[in-house]
Design a protein around this ligand. Structure first.
Ligand code: C5P
Length: 214
């Protein structure tokens, strides 16, 4: 049995108290992964941005809003865990300055200065213990496999699940699972619940079982 942390859903970066940047991530893949991990007897902590999906009742859920909050909650949960699955779609940019009161329209264009938010999986993978593992997702619109392999290496993850933009806010998914070093392990298609079960089987075989037996 392993303790697995799953980041899930989008994050929000506020411009002012009412307006924010976000994306269409639904949290469905995170929910399906949580259920698949529980079905294999693992302990699950989900760190989730704002979504309407219901996580399995046996999973511990920590709710966050911003990417920085997701990083902090995931860091705390991962310090007591064996592995992390980064299924969230954290907002990659945040305003340099957040207004404390609602921005007022004045007839002029508004220019936003954005800076990058921290990368959660890259930060946690860079500081992980050798017995811990990190799985990332990569959603791309072109050069899908190539870009996933570049991300796997740049973020120093153990495995990456590559999918296309059609996965966003959808019931189904179509993924390729790639192990560190670039080995293509499998291609999985179908409802997110079945794809998640396949991903968890590969995680069990390649990332959990080798440490259990060593
Ligand atoms: O956005 P990107 O394509 O780089 O996301 C790839 C992986 O990195 C995903 O697993 C996503 O959850 C993770 N990520 C993250 N923190 C970010 C951006 C992405 O953990 N700020």
């Amino acid at each position: 049995m392993a303790h697995i942390v799953i980041t899930s859903g989008p994050t929000r970066q506020y411009l002012d108290p009412v307006r924010y940047l976000t994306n269409a991530s639904s949290g469905r893949m995170g929910t399906a992964l949580a259920q698949a991990a529980l079905d294999l007897g693992h302990e699950v902590t989900v760190v989730s941005g704002p979504v309407n999906v219901e996580y399995p009742t046996k999973a511990k859920v920590s709710w966050v809003t911003t990417t920085q909050e997701m990083l902090e909650e995931a860091r705390i949960a991962f310090s007591n865990a064996d592995g992390l699955i980064g299924a969230a779609a954290p907002c990659d940019y945040m305003p340099e300055h957040v207004e404390t009161s609602k921005l007022q329209k004045n007839g002029n264009d508004l220019t936003l200065h954005l800076k990058e938010t921290p990368d959660i999986v890259a930060t946690l993978a860079a500081n992980k213990l050798s017995k811990q593992w990190v799985v990332a997702f990569a959603l791309e619109t072109q050069d899908i496999r190539f870009r996933a392999i570049v991300k796997l290496s740049r973020k120093a993850c153990d495995m990456i699940v590559s999918n296309s933009a059609q996965a966003m806010n959808s019931q189904d998914n179509n993924v390729e699972v790639i192990l560190r070093g670039g080995t293509i392990l499998d291609q999985l298609h179908g409802p997110k619940s079945l794809v998640a079960a396949g991903i968890l089987r590969l995680i069990d075989k390649h990332l959990i079982a080798p440490t259990v037996h060593s």
